[in-house]
Design a protein. Structure first.
Length: 216
């Protein structure tokens, strides 16, 4: 009876944190559209030509929308492993959400500057923000998984190591993209889009990806 009551309390607490996090993800993904504007008002050209010239904003919007969507899916997947939370994890999750809310701002920078002489700077800031996100993900997961501190009893050591490998690879790839952005800002943006593909694969087939990484 006591154990069941404790379990229900833990589920309530994790549910509250997930609901709060879902709200932040939804808010951040909604803010992205504010970076899109009527091209006729800003350039004075006809609508068709204006929409073509606005392609950097549309490309940045698509990249960031897909990335935040996939992050939300992976955040949900992470909580499939987590049974309870503590104060430290709440702050670490807050750090992660702070990094998420930076995405609309960095997306705006990309849309405004990717075709200018500041393209490299915009790409560096954009990809650098994703390194911050990756660090936040790792800190949250490492705290939760260390010694099965906050994880469900059914989570195995092999599963923990699998998630560790995926997160380590993801961070390394973000650092690589960050370096490429110094050379070419647009390449850095494309790299972030490719990272979205990587996280989509890990979100839908985590066991397969983990097994592949363990054999490399």
């Amino acid at each position: 009876m006591v154990e069941e009551g404790s379990r229900k309390f833990e589920e309530k607490e994790t549910g509250r944190l997930e609901a709060f996090s879902d709200g932040i993800f939804a808010f951040a993904i909604t803010l992205l559209v504010l970076g899109l504007k009527d091209p006729v008002q800003s350039s004075g050209s006809n609508l068709a030509a204006g929409l073509v010239t606005e392609w950097p904003s549309f490309f940045a919007f698509l990249t960031s929308f897909m990335t935040i969507l996939i992050m939300w899916v992976n955040h949900h997947n992470m909580f499939n492993y987590i049974r309870k939370i503590d104060v430290t994890f709440m702050f670490l999750n807050g750090f992660l959400l702070m990094a998420v809310t930076l995405t609309p701002f960095t997306t705006m920078l990309v849309g405004d500057h990717i075709t200018t002489s500041d393209a490299s700077t915009a790409g560096v800031v954009y990809s650098g923000a994703f390194i911050l996100l990756s660090v936040a993900w790792n800190l949250s997961w490492r705290h939760a998984s260390k010694g099965h501190r906050l994880l469900s009893a059914h989570v195995t050591d092999a599963q923990i190591k699998g998630v560790d490998r995926v997160f380590n690879l993801g961070t390394a790839l973000y650092v690589l993209v960050f370096g490429l952005a110094f050379v070419n800002g647009f390449v850095g943006i494309v790299g972030i889009l490719l990272m979205a593909v990587f996280w989509t694969i890990t979100a839908t087939s985590p066991d397969r990806v983990s097994e592949a990484l363990s054999n490399t």
